[in-house]
Design a protein around this ligand. Structure first.
Ligand code: ZN
Length: 191
């Protein structure tokens, strides 16, 4: 994060503390603006990254006609409506077309889109779109299950509710059997 932006954030946080009637210079709060700015630097670090950046050359030629699934990729994001966290897990599946991707890269692609202001539906679509673009597989499927602190902490208080979103591309969209196979792998071990 640029120094100028960080300084601006710090002064805004101090202003916010004053606005709610706090003394932003008291011991417990004196370093809070700095801590918040540093945290935000991390929370929004996805804006500066593209999938191409993290993939580098981790694409490998491979004849493979089975679905590849990576389950339970955890993530933390910020809801753009309330600036409160939502967090959960992502399941990603793809059917390769002569190319596979290094396994560790998929969680990093998830983080590119999680570490920015988001709505869950868009994040789900962006992850699917990014994989479709860089990997050019026969299809991609993404499921995101998340709990939103804006629902849990505020008046609605639906503490146990999860939001589930999905995005499918290619064969996962066109072929019900492929989609069902993916869903079966994802739900295995859950019962
Ligand atoms: Zn929200």
């Amino acid at each position: 994060m640029e120094k100028k932006i960080k300084e601006k954030l710090k002064s805004l946080v101090a202003e916010m503390l004053e606005a709610i009637g706090e003394d932003s210079t008291r011991q417990g709060l004196a370093k809070t603006p700095d801590r918040v700015a540093k945290s935000w630097d991390y929370f929004i670090s996805g804006y500066n990254l593209s999938p191409e950046d993290v993939i580098n050359d981790a694409l490998f030629e491979e004849e493979c006609d089975e679905i590849v699934v990576i389950k339970n990729i955890d993530f933390f994001s910020l809801c753009e409506h309330h600036l409160l966290p939502f967090k959960g897990i992502t399941h990603v599946g793809y059917l390769p077309d002569k190319k596979i991707i290094g396994l560790s890269k998929i969680p990093r692609i998830v983080d590119i889109y999680a570490r920015r202001l988001q709505v869950q539906e868009r994040m789900t679509n962006q992850i699917a779109g990014a994989l479709q673009k860089v990997l050019k597989p026969k299809g991609v499927a993404v499921i995101v299950e998340a709990e939103h602190l804006c629902m849990q902490m505020r008046g609605v208080e639906k503490k146990a509710s999860f939001m589930v979103t999905s995005a499918v591309r290619g064969v996962f969209k066109e072929n019900q059997k492929t989609r069902e196979e993916f869903l079966a792998i994802v739900s295995k071990g859950k019962e």
